[in-house]
Design a protein around this ligand. Sequence first.
Ligand code: ADP
Ligand code: MG
Length: 251
Amino acid sequence: MRIRLEHVTHAYAGSDVSAAVQVLDDVSLEIASGDFAVLMGASGSGKSTLLNLIGAVDRPVSGRLLLDDVDTSSLDESSLTMLRRTSIGYIFQFFNLIPTLNVFENVAFPLSLAKMPRSEIKSRVAEVLKEVGLGNRASHFPNELSGGEMQRVAIARAVIHRPPLILADEPTGNLDSKNGDMILDLIREIHNSRRPTIVMATHSERAAAYGDYVVEVADGKVNRGSGVGSRVSEKEPGLAPTPDPRLPTPS
Ligand SMILES: Nc1ncnc2c1ncn2[C@@H]1O[C@H](COP(=O)(O)OP(=O)(O)O)[C@@H](O)[C@H]1O
Ligand SMILES: [Mg+2]
């Protein structure tokens, strides 16, 4: 899915005008379909705000968000809800699993909303749980899992409906480095096999290295690095982004 932000400004209302928090100031950004973009910036710089706007969870105060050329400002709430359900998978720092549902039910949730037949839900969930290495944990509850396992369940839930866009907000922020690396490897595998657009917010350099390029978020502005990620050489040649001619050829 292609993402286009045009002159997006966002602020949160405060108790009065002077307390309003200006977060994004005339931001324009394009992320091509199939890109794995990384948002980097200090805590409070607006990464989560930007993800919530891209995911149509929030509407910008001004400016437009286009998803595959659909101007989301023209959509009403129910169309936006439908868009989120069918086209977007969200991964959070604190996993956000539903504690009263077991692993199977958590992962099945997006498909249940789509009213998919039970038999198809069963086979899809089994398939994706195997993919994240939790094929034998379907009947367990979130509180019986480690953090890394909970995040793998959350990833399974984010991809089960095969969304063309995956948003990840500090997905390793609550994990030790070993589990964090496993999660990043898994996100990369999903990107390689299914080719969704991925936008991942992080403040870890280690996590950022998994993406194709970094978009710096600071002082209400975004700045897309011209460098393409170290991963480009691993991709099929036809899918590699065109190198920036201003850059020296990587050795
Ligand atoms: N719901 C909200 N109401 C008021 N201010 C908010 C709200 N959400 C975020 N902010 C403020 O907006 C700024 C950016 O926050 P956020 O997007 O969460 O940054 P990041 O994810 O980079 O840490 C911060 O100053 C934060 O305090
Ligand atoms: Mg955040």
